[in-house]
Design a protein around this ligand. Structure first.
Ligand code: ADQ
Length: 483
């Protein structure tokens, strides 16, 4: 995508045809927050994928407004409508405290850690659950009034909105409703540890299609449904529930490979200067790009870099590690803790190894414009993606897309990222083993050109086949029941 915020004709203005029918059914996407459709240059994969799906068919995008109501929770939500080319957006203004208990509370202190296998961080509070139910009911009420008929296809995004279909059904909505979970689904033994598991499963079963990132997540979900209420799935992944057939399936999300590759090859001047400086000094760069989230395994990654220097001292003053971590969910206490831990680890490693000419770890705690990010990924010889658990991880794919095909870098990838299911030619590591990650970095830094080209070629082919367009087409096809 073009970096110029005024240039959004590609995404918003042009009616790209899906080729399947002349009058596609209207698509209605619902997500917790609306992407900034005026400037998608700052948006990650999800916002771009959703905007492209809407631009292709035309449609409506409903999400919470960044402005909140201060007064009584009984006021009906205000809806602000805007049109951007073929996309209509509806921004819901919701009560501030209730929104916080739903978003910081149930979504990010109950569901996020639970679904990332972190029972130790889960906080169950009745007021969080109440707010979660209430905000979903408000979304449903608003959406019911915006539907143009039974033909609209409703596509709900992510864990914030699991009860939305149940709320819509209660209001008499009979449309096809699909749900896509962007994060992992835990195994049944972990899932049933939440007191609300039966309610969550009932809510999932109100959809027509429930999509996941990986086959592991699909299997975990089906087993959890069975463990909760004995419902079984047939060979095609369908089950009968509430008088409706629910299809469960894996739809791996991807990126727009060509546009990211284009951005990477048009790197900003300061990125080029930085990379020339490193070339002159003979320094190789290892890069990590993440939201600052405990699921991303960042402290372990920094420890692994320190271990690389211990076990492979030839990389002292020859390798540098750049970590870009954007601030996120700062109101949630576990996020403040991870930030402190990371700053302390970076400081300790630099304190031990740095000298006047070499800073081992460069740590940037802010969001970076996507075009610059693409350039930095291209200028790095190793991409380090080592989450402890991740739904997919788009940075892994962005790293591959950004590389120079004639001299590509090497991806080191956690086996616990959903992306590992398809990116087998990367160096797959166990992020809980500091030694293993350190050794993989050493292998990547020393890998000969022919092996790098071979691995990269295979990975590039894979991410082109499973790209963002394929993700949205296959989901919408299942949702429209066109298969
Ligand atoms: P996230 O947990 O946000 O997404 P990820 O898939 O890596 O994780 O997507 C992050 C996006 O934000 C990428 O496009 C990345 O480039 C961008 N980004 C990250 N740090 C940035 C920074 N400092 N500056 C600018 N941009 C930055 C959730 C799930 C994932 C799943 C996605 C999509 O947790 O597992 O892959 O949704 O489904």
């Amino acid at each position: 995508m073009a970096d110029d915020p005024t240039d959004h004709g590609d995404v918003l203005g042009v009616a790209r045809r899906t080729g399947d029918d002349a009058m596609p059914r209207r698509l209605v996407v619902v997500s917790n927050r609306l992407g900034n459709v005026r400037d998608l240059s700052q948006a990650g994969g999800l916002a771009v994928g959703v905007a492209d799906a809407l631009a292709e068919r035309g449609g409506l995008w409903l999400g919470a407004s960044s402005e909140h109501q201060d007064s009584g929770a009984d006021e009906p939500p205000l809806i602000r409508m805007e049109r951007h080319g073929r996309i209509e957006t509806a921004a819901l203004t919701l009560p501030r405290e209730e929104y916080s208990a739903y978003y910081n509370g149930y979504a990010n202190t109950t569901l996020w850690p639970l679904f990332h296998y972190r029972l130790d961080l889960v906080d169950h509070r009745q007021e969080f659950l109440q707010a979660y139910r209430q905000i979903n009911a408000r979304f449903a009420q608003a959406l019911a009034g915006l539907l143009s008929g039974n033909d609209d296809l409703i596509w709900v995004q992510d864990y914030h909105l699991i009860p939305l279909a149940a709320e819509l059904r209660r209001l008499g909505v009979r449309n096809r409703i699909g749900f896509f979970l962007h994060i992992p689904f835990p195994p049944p033994d972990l899932f049933v540890a939440t007191p609300d598991h039966a309610e969550l499963i009932e809510n999932f079963l109100q959809y027509d299609v429930v999509g996941f990132q990986t086959e592991t997540d699909v299997a975990n979900f089906r087993r959890s449904v069975h463990a909760t209420n004995s419902t079984s799935f047939d060979a095609a992944g369908a089950a009968e529930a509430n008088g409706r057939t629910v299809l469960t399936k894996c739809f791996p999300i991807g990126i727009d490979v060509d546009s990211f590759a284009r951005m990477a090859s048009e790197a900003a001047e300061d990125v080029q200067i930085d990379s020339m400086r490193r070339q002159i000094l003979g320094l190789k760069q290892i890069i990590g790009v993440d939201r600052l989230d405990y699921s991303k395994g960042l402290p372990g990654r920094m420890q692994a870099f320190a271990r690389l220097l211990e076990r492979h001292p030839e990389h002292e003053r020859a390798a540098t590690y750049l970590q870009i971590a954007s601030p996120t969910r700062e109101e949630v206490s576990a996020y403040a803790e991870i930030r402190g831990q990371l700053e302390a680890t970076a400081g300790a490693v630099n304190g031990r190894y740095a000298d006047l000419a070499w800073t081992p770890i460069r740590y940037i705690h802010r969001a970076v414009p996507r075009s610059r990010l693409a350039g930095l990924l291209r200028a790095s010889q190793v991409g380090l993606v080592t989450p402890l658990r991740d739904g997919m991880n788009l940075v892994a794919m962005e790293y591959i897309a950004a590389q120079d095909e004639s001299d590509p870098g090497v991806l080191v990838l956690s086996r616990f990222a959903g992306a590992a299911e398809q990116l087998a030619e990367s160096l797959i590591v166990n992020p809980y083993s500091v030694d293993e990650v350190a050794d993989a970095m050493a292998t990547a830094l020393a890998m000969p050109l022919n092996e790098r080209i071979e691995r990269h070629g295979a990975l590039l082919k894979r991410i082109k086949r499973n790209d963002a367009a394929e993700w949205r087409r296959s989901f919408i096809k299942a949702l429209a029941d066109e298969s």
